[in-house]
Design a protein around this ligand. Sequence first.
Ligand code: CIZ
Ligand code: SF4
Length: 324
Amino acid sequence: AAEDAALIDEIKQLLIERDAALVAHYYCDDAIQQLAEETGGCVADSLEMARFGARHDASTLIVAGVRFMGETSKILSPEKRVLMPTLEATCSLDLGCPEDEFAAFCDAHPDRTVVVYANTSAAVKARADWVVTSSIAVDVIEHLHARGEKLIWAPDKHLGAYVQKQTGADMLLWDGACIVHDEFRAQGISDLLKVYPDAAVLVHPESSQSVVELADVVGSTSQLIKAAVELDNQQLIVATDRGIFFKMQQAAPHKQLYEAPTAGNGATCKSCAHCPWMAMNGLENLAAVLRRDPSEANAEEVFVDDDLRERALKPLTRMLEFNR
Ligand code: CIZ
Ligand code: SF4
């Protein structure tokens, strides 16, 4: 803990020296979220992270999250230097939707509007008509469906199925999943509800349909935090990355939060309900990336080439303007 305190002081000092703002996702470890908060950065979902970064006047953004979040920040703030604690932090949805296979899928269905989830590479976004996050997916698809458009949806099949059910839209779904949310199990949640019969169940729609069906509230990370505050229930069973407990408990200090059970529960589970890529963001690599001489190349800097950037910016801008 003493070592952590020294590291934290060093990082705070370096953020000032480098004119840098720390932008962290809700799924990062508590120490990172706390630092972002204490240094005037932000803790948010991917949409709000990108917005915050673009608005902030720092010349450097440190994006603690996963690769696509760094890319989105760079696309929206090309004049800023975007660094990450490690560029190796990726996402099973991004990995499961390679650019070439996705382009072939789109080419096979030229009559369909292409909607991709924010959890994709810049190259996949560049192929899309729309980018959405889970907080606005239903609203955007409703809007496109009302205009009579037929859709391609990628990459998360669970979120896609959920949105399809909510809107009745004609959607062809890519077969991708989040390795964290895919692990929640309806049976485990039903069993936990027997122990806490008054609990409300909060579910992120990257979870499977059987889990979504048990939910009192289905929503994005920000929407689930809001629900935790507003619901009368004192006990909450939460089916999303447990990194969210840091902000949720802060927002609803008197409520009891329980992790929804996963398939891997028990002795075999090293990191149930916690994204292994989000967990790669630590104090050590955060400090290391800031210590490097800012006049030299930084191995953890995010670049998006200009042509790709321009193409990916279009569907991202549509999302931001839709959501204003
Ligand atoms: O699961 C994720 O990576 C989420 C929820 C990303 C986001 O949009 O904040
Ligand atoms: Fe990707 Fe899932 Fe990790 Fe989010 S929690 S970054 S969707 S693997």
